[in-house]
Write a protein that binds this ligand. Structure first.
Ligand code: PXP
Length: 243
């Protein structure tokens, strides 16, 4: 069964906008799990714009599904991860001025530096995934850096300006996912996915065993509630994109 990781960062974004103690991303995570989330995903950014260190500690002790921590390969974040021990660490690129993670991590250009970081995380019992663009070069580099999973950045597909571009981007994802699965990697995907664009990906790429989706679910939950927003996305995955 294809798994759904729900990213609750933007509940913390709303809290940080006012400096209040609500809304609580942990409460959101518990509702998401109630709605069928198989995993909770959070990103401890270096600028701490949404998730805070105390959220990470409380999240780990409050949920009974795996915790996936998106993180830059920075020393202080690695130290936090090793201390809290999420089930998975997904290494992502990070730029201070970006609104969100704009592209995949260029593992091919930094595989030797990343190897040390991956081994620190793996030695702490944390599974390491690389958030990469759908390119075989990046898949090979992820393997050589020691990752056992990859998450493909679906942003170029989701943001494609027209159908021709979208189908070319989907084809890139198909090729990269097949390649990664053939190498024995766990294949995940995420970024920019919503109830309109996810079915096509699910139908085209059975190799994807896990989706990590945040912004669209949190946005939808404003109107229908967290449980229902997660349930809608789970139904799409359950139906193999045929809904
Ligand atoms: N996966 C990774 C690695 C991400 O960085 C993000 C964005 O935080 C997501 C998934 C979720 O993307 P979105 O919020 O667009 O669904």
């Amino acid at each position: 069964m294809t798994k759904l990781g729900v990213n609750v960062d933007h509940v913390a974004t709303l809290r940080q906008a006012r400096g209040t103690s609500y809304p609580d991303p942990i409460e959101a995570a518990l509702l998401a799990i109630d709605g069928g989330a198989d995993q909770i995903t959070i990103h401890l950014r270096e600028d701490r714009r949404h998730i805070q260190d105390h959220d990470l500690v409380r999240m780990k002790s409050s949920i009974d599904v795996p915790l996936n921590l998106e993180m830059a390969a920075a020393d202080d974040i690695i130290a936090a991860a090793v201390k809290i021990k999420p089930d998975t660490a997904t290494l992502v690129p990070e730029k201070r001025n970006e609104l969100t993670t704009e592209g995949g991590l260029d593992v091919a250009s930094a595989r030797f530096e990343l190897r040390g970081c991956v081994s620190k995380l793996r030695n702490s019992g944390i599974l390491v995934s690389m958030f990469i663009d759908p390119e075989t070069l990046q898949v090979d580099a992820s393997i050589s850096a020691g990752a056992t999973a990859v998450e493909f950045h679906t942003g170029s597909f989701c943001d494609a300006a027209d159908e021709i571009r979208a189908s070319a981007e989907l084809e890139r994802l198909v090729i990269a996912c097949r390649y990664a699965a053939s190498k024995g990697l766990k294949v995940c995907a995420g970024h920019g996915l919503n109830t309109k664009n996810t079915p096509a990906v699910v139908r085209a790429i059975p190799e994807i065993v896990e989706y990590n989706i945040g912004h669209s679910i949190i946005a939808r939950s404003v109107f229908v509630g967290m449980r229902e927003a997660v349930r809608e996305m789970k139904e799409i995955l359950f139906a193999g994109g045929r809904k």
